[in-house]
Design a protein around this ligand. Structure first.
Ligand code: FUL
Length: 632
């Protein structure tokens, strides 16, 4: 061939080549969506991944988790309140926004809502001129954080609670909150509803129909018109759902779906929410809420019980890494500040995440795939940084392998996978394997199932040193649409996972009166997984002789759902074990959803016997379950 001919020929083939590529890109259609799919605001919300919660209000000052509604507004007196300090902490901890308890169950408003006098306007804070909601909203704008609010439907202060008049009040209150402070990214409606309360001084129990009382359809319509970008949280959504526990984790299997109309606030099968409904027809992804301390509100005695950076890291893997978001609560203290231990631990947690997932060993690599749709939906899309580019399989293919090979062996122990959720959540099962020295593929060692992926799945597996790693997608609800796979080496400590700390239950020595010691053991063996079930409605602790006591501790059964949970108690003392004097009674607020250690403090008293009586159980008729008990 002459040079000229050759040039013409290669020019022609280049043109043909370019045309072919152009045609194939143009021709290959994106996979059809597999329903249900998220609204775009739900996708943007999920991309926030971690954000803060603030529990602050009268409970901060009265040492309660659920205020009864009778604490005077004058008790709200934070002397150094600084919302900018909160905002700086969140930024340093990598949190993308914050949700504030504008009103908790006690009915006290952190903004000067004119529909009630139970607000900051009647507190000493800034001589009644303060507005915590407004101050936090401004701090968020200044520091580039998103802002949102929690508004408790239950109101233990309001005289009309339980009647239609309260529903009007609640809707007006929400409208006021939604129109004063600019855009909110989320609106948080709690599931705890109805029960004892002050209710304008009547001090009674009021029940409501949790499905219908608040007229949620009207609320959602209001929010759609004035805050259309807001994602609405409740046990069942519609924007995002509760994850079914207050410990901060979702199931390894976690579908972002619910069956429409089934889950309502206070839903009794809340354990289903940890994994969602695989056959659901509504997109309602999970939000994992957890407090950095045992309680949601500040209690000084919990200053040394702040979750460690490693504990938070573990929760991150089981929330964000399990297709959920992490809503991390900070109980602001009595001065109005985030306690230094809480902020230090949150910031170090962030650093641990960044350290563990610092270097993506496969970034920019083009893996080998066993099937490819073609066009733009090719293997190279798996390792780029564009959220909207993804690898997809052909329509009929719901199982495929993705294999990464390295020139020399590398250490690997973490993996991140993301499905392209705007087109739905599809993956039902997958495995991860590495190539051993003899070229054989072996499964990596994991401590959880590899089923769903969703928005994000993070895996921790025992370190392997290998020149190959592959993901085998074995089952899906439609063709695969995967936008990211990343592989990391989290360092030399990568195989040391968090080990659950046993609860701090030091106690004066005691025996349980009338109970065989081997039977009673479960209540004081420092093992939170063993539970003693009492035969009657009371436990009598015999201290063996007169001792001074000032506090009592009760860790309820830790199984899911918890058994034998005490909701109301009475403590009494006796020197002979027969006639008892009551010293304190009250409620273990929120014990069903947050079964952490309950502490009761009382005026120090000398006694030999201390009795805890279960006045009311969460599930009437159950016998009292005690994982651990202590007295000091
Ligand atoms: C619960 C409430 O009852 C707690 O007090 C807390 O606000 C938590 C986040 O939600 O259901």
């Amino acid at each position: 061939m002459k040079i000229k001919q050759l040039l013409m020929y290669s020019g022609l083939s280049l043109m043909i080549g370019v045309l072919l590529v152009a045609c194939s890109t143009a021709e290959v259609k994106a996979p059809e969506a597999v329903l249900p799919i998220p609204e775009s605001k739900q996708v943007e919300w999920q991309k926030m991944e971690t954000y803060a919660f603030i529990h602050f209000g009268l409970n901060t000052f009265n040492d309660r988790e659920w205020g009864y509604g009778d604490t005077p507004a004058e008790m709200f007196n934070p002397t150094k309140l600084d919302c900018e300090q909160w905002a700086r902490t969140f930024v340093a901890a990598g949190l993308k926004g914050v949700i504030l308890t504008a009103k908790h169950h006690d009915g006290f408003c952190l903004w000067p809502f004119e529909g009630t006098d139970y607000t900051v306007a009647n507190s000493p804070y800034k001589n009644g001129k303060g507005d915590v909601v407004g101050e936090l909203a401004a701090a968020c704008r200044k520091y580039g954080l998103k802002f949102a609010v929690y508004l408790s439907p239950w109101d233990r202060h309001h005289a009309d609670y339980g009647t239609p008049a309260y529903v009007d009040y609640f809707h007006a209150q929400l409208r006021d909150l939604m129109t004063r402070y600019g855009e909110v990214f989320e609106v948080w409606f709690d599931g705890a509803n109805g029960g004892d309360g002050w209710y304008g001084g009547t001090k009674e129990a009021r029940t409501i129909d949790r499905r219908t009382y608040y007229d949620y359809p009207r609320i959602f319509a209001m929010l759609d018109s004035i805050q259309p970008q807001a994602v609405v949280f409740s046990d069942g959504g519609p924007g995002c759902r509760w994850v079914g526990n207050e410990s901060g984790f979702a199931g390894a299997t976690n579908w972002s779906f619910l069956r429409k109309g089934e889950v309502y606030p206070g839903y009794d099968k809340s354990y289903e929410l940890t994994s969602g409904h695989a056959d659901g027809d509504q997109w309602v992804a999970a939000e994992c809420d957890v407090s950095i301390r045992p309680g949601w509100f500040y209690h000084p005695e919990q200053d040394d019980q702040v979750k460690t950076p490693r504990q938070l890291l573990d929760l991150y893997y089981r929330s964000v890494g399990h297709n959920g978001t992490l809503l991390l609560n900070f109980p602001v203290d009595r001065e109005g500040l985030i306690h230094p231990t809480d902020s230090a631990n949150a910031v170090q947690f962030r650093q641990l995440v960044l350290q563990e997932l610092k270097t993506d060993l496969v970034t920019g690599m083009v893996p080998q795939v066993s099937n490819e749709r073609g066009g733009k939906y090719v293997a190279s899309a798996l390792t780029d940084d564009d959220y909207d580019s993804y690898w997809a399989t052909e329509d009929s293919v719901t199982a495929a392998d993705v294999t990464f090979s390295f020139p020399t062996p590398v250490r690997m122990n973490r993996m991140m996978l993301q499905e392209y959720i705007p087109l739905g959540q599809r993956v039902k099962a997958f495995t991860v394997e590495y190539r051993d020295a003899s070229g054989q593929w072996l499964p990596v060692s994991l401590n959880e199932e590899t089923t769903t992926v969703g928005y994000k799945r993070l895996l921790r597996f025992r370190s392997v040193e290998s020149d190959g790693i592959r993901v085998r997608f074995t089952d899906a609800r439609g063709p695969l649409c995967i936008n990211k796979i990343a592989v990391y080496d989290a360092g030399a400590d990568a195989d040391v996972y968090y080990v659950k700390a046993s609860p701090r239950m030091e106690s004066l020595p005691f025996t349980l009166s009338g109970v065989q010691s081997d039977e009673a053991k479960a209540a004081s063996d420092h093992d939170e997984q063993t539970t003693y079930f009492a035969s009657g409605d009371a436990l009598i602790l015999d201290l063996g002789g007169e001792r001074q006591v000032a506090s009592f501790y009760y860790l309820p059964d830790q199984s899911t759902p918890g058994k034998g949970l005490v909701s109301h108690y009475e403590l009494s003392v006796s020197s002979d074990g027969k006639s008892f004097q009551p010293i304190k009674s009250g409620e273990f607020s929120n014990i069903r959803n947050n079964p952490v250690m309950q502490s009761v403090y009382f005026t120090p008293v000398r006694t030999r016997y201390l009795q805890m009586k279960a006045v009311r159980m969460v599930q009437p008729g159950e016998t009292m379950g005690v994982a651990e008990i202590a007295v000091r």
